[in-house]
Design a binder for this molecule. Structure first.
Ligand code: ATP
Length: 232
């Protein structure tokens, strides 16, 4: 297993957000984490990254217990993050934003030329100010920054949020590409159908708990169950 989240409970102060969440992501597997607003999907990602560490339970990445490690040490092991707000530094040029992500790990490293091959527009953005980028361009930079960190696992938090349908398809194509390279992906999405189409397995959360787990294809095929769990 690339990622194993075991029965974690995570709090914001006194407020409990996760009530014993468990999930796993295999090597080269794409896993979707779906559910309504506020059920704990982002908190699950924050727990994995050590941004909001779980109070109980265990998280293992690539065989290492990361439950109580610092975020920078967790990221250095090879976890990439594409945050929902992208977190591109507006005062830096695009190439400077990308340089921030550069790291070596035991996993495959990526060159800038490979980034330009995946995102053909990126090469022409390198010397632009980041504050003037469109939503789709920012997402390109955010995904490239994550890949330049040599991840074995990439955590995508609502990657399609605010993007035009064509760009959403580009993002989903990139997730397929990562899978083809043997990289594991955990993707949190409101756009359940787009996520299910690129995922091997799916977890659905409600009220800080996993309430459904299974092959993504099963949920795509089962209109009744999908409507009940996801409303689509
Ligand atoms: N910084 C915070 N302080 C206090 N409570 C928080 C904080 N962030 C999230 N919560 C609460 O934790 C619960 C889970 O939120 P979380 O953001 O993980 O849900 P989500 O499924 O990712 O939803 P969304 O799709 O809206 O991001 C919610 O009840 C939310 O109000």
């Amino acid at each position: 297993m690339m990622l194993q989240v075991d029965n974690i409970q995570t709090y914001y102060g006194e407020t409990q957000a996760l009530f014993g969440t468990s999930l796993s992501v295999g090597e080269g597997e794409v896993v979707a984490l779906l559910g309504a607003n506020g059920v704990g999907k982002t908190t699950t990602i924050r727990s994995i990254l050590g941004l909001t560490p779980p109070q109980t339970g265990r998280i293992a990445f690539d065989g290492t217990d990361i439950s109580s490690m610092q975020t920078h040490d967790i990221v250095n092991l090879g976890i990439g993050w594409v945050p929902d707000d992208r977190r591109i530094f507006p005062t830096l040029k695009v190439d400077q934003n990308l340089a921030i992500g550069r790291r070596k790990s035991r996993f495959r490293s990526w060159s800038l030329d490979e980034m330009f091959e995946i995102f053909s527009a990126l090469e022409h953005l390198m010397h632009r100010d980041s504050e003037n980028l469109s939503g789709g361009e920012m997402q390109m930079v955010a995904i490239s920054r994550a890949l330049l960190g040599s991840p074995g696992l990439v955590l995508f938090d609502e990657p399609s949020q605010g993007l035009a349908p064509k760009i959403v398809q580009d993002v989903m194509k990139t997730i397929r590409r990562l899978k083809a390279e043997g990289i594991s992906v955990l993707v949190v999405e409101q756009n359940a159908l787009a996520a299910l189409e690129v995922s091997d397995r799916v977890y659905v959360m409600a009220h800080g708990r996993i309430v459904h787990e299974g092959p993504a294809q099963d949920l795509l095929n089962d209109d009744v169950l999908r409507e009940r769990l996801l409303g689509v």
